[in-house]
Design a protein around this ligand. Structure first.
Ligand code: SAM
Length: 364
């Protein structure tokens, strides 16, 4: 089998007993420390004590802390990690009358591809463990590293678990290139845990209705259907099966869904992914959740969810988006906010960070 290697590639050995000892009480719920509670009226299903989970922290620690409880239990994992783009994503924050700059997240890696690959490798091994037998992993990348990661996924999942390389063609993003063609797509690599994964058919409208031959199965052979005069029969089709090239725009700042978080993905992209790979009440996770797009779409589609991010601005935005949605809609499950509390976080919480009314803007 072909395997990708890099300097200091370290195979990780997951010892569930040791992880349980070290991480069982690592993350604590801090919703109670906020001056108001997000405890919603639970409308459905009353018999379940499930709570969705939003972790503020390093996702490797989050994965270590949940792997005992959630091994083979997550039905869909979508991740949109740093792409090895070399960019540090800046934001401008407006708080009351003050404006200050901060970093949403860093993707520079000091040009060290090895450490980037090792970071993903360790996490993908845990994603594979967490997926249920009917589960799918969607890993969103671009031209910088997707070719390496595909080989890594073959190693971890097995080549025969490759499902698709979805091309997200974002036709509306201007991407300069003097000595190359403008780059206009991302890759979303899809792998399954077993051969028995959930895969719902999605149909999309055609630009124009089309006449199509009616086919019938005659003793296992497909033949053209004919009318009583012996003429072949046609039907008009207005939609078609979704293929692996998805034409969805990049989210624009004018959109009402826009949060200001750099690299926020379009809600239509996540809606499609979740509908394709899960059914109602299935469990969806995003361990690089950014502004919380996956979690919000999972919430809207009545799936359970787990999310995490290391950045306080991500958690702030995800929390506000979810809370806002839950205020205006019938909710399925309440959610917990969890973190590994340290002095810095305590200080932030004491300043009422999550109660603030911040306006966040991507900064070029
Ligand atoms: C490309 S953004 C995700 C954007 C998201 N899909 C959205 O629609 O808003 C990547 C996110 O990964 C987070 N991240 C990077 N490294 C992480 C780590 N080790 N643990 C947790 N989060 C991490 C960053 O803070 C950032 O929010």
């Amino acid at each position: 089998m072909v395997k990708l290697t890099w300097e200091k590639k370290t195979e990780i050995n997951i010892n569930l007993v040791k992880l349980k000892q070290k991480y069982s009480n690592f993350f604590e719920d801090f919703i109670d420390t906020l001056s108001f509670s997000n405890e919603p009226i639970v409308t459905k299903p009353q018999f379940s004590s499930w709570k969705n989970k939003l972790f503020w922290g390093e996702n490797l620690e989050v994965l270590y802390s949940i792997v005992n409880e959630f091994e083979n239990k997550i039905d869909l994992i979508y991740v949109d990690p740093p792409f090895f783009s070399g960019v540090n994503y800046k934001i401008e924050i407006l708080e009351e009358n003050k404006i200050y700059d901060s970093i949403a997240y860093v993707d520079s890696w000091q040009k060290d591809l090895d450490s980037y690959l090792q970071m993903l490798y360790e996490r993908i091994i845990l994603f594979q463990k967490l997926l249920s037998q009917r589960g799918l992993l969607f890993i969103h990348l671009d031209w910088h590293a997707s070719h390496y990661v595909r080989i890594m996924l073959d190693e971890i999942f097995g080549e025969n678990r490759f499902v698709n390389n979805i091309i997200w063609y974002y036709y509306n993003k201007y991407s300069a290139g003097k000595k190359n063609l403008p780059r206009a797509y991302d890759n979303i690599l899809v792998y399954s845990k077993s051969s028995n994964y959930t895969f719902n058919e999605i149909r999309i409208p055609r630009k124009k209705p089309r006449k199509q031959l009616v086919r019938v199965n005659v003793n296992g052979i497909l033949k053209n259907a004919k009318d009583e005069n012996g003429h072949v029969k046609y039907r008009t089709v207005i939609d078609k099966k979704l293929d692996d090239v998805w034409r969805i725009p990049c989210l624009q700042p004018a959109s009402k869904e826009w949060t200001g978080f750099p690299t926020q993905k379009h809600h239509a992209l996540l809606e499609r992914i979740i509908k394709l790979g899960t059914n109602e009440d299935d469990l969806v996770a995003d361990f690089f959740c950014g502004s919380g797009t996956t979690l919000l779409e999972a919430e809207k589609l009545k799936r359970k969810w787990i999310g995490s991010d290391i950045s306080e601005y991500s958690i702030y935005l995800s929390y506000k988006r979810l809370l806002n949605y839950q205020k205006n809609h019938q909710k399925s499950y309440p959610f917990n906010l969890l973190t590994h509390m340290d002095d810095e976080k305590k200080k932030m919480l004491n300043t009422g960070f999550f109660q603030k009314d911040l306006s966040i803007k991507r900064k070029k």
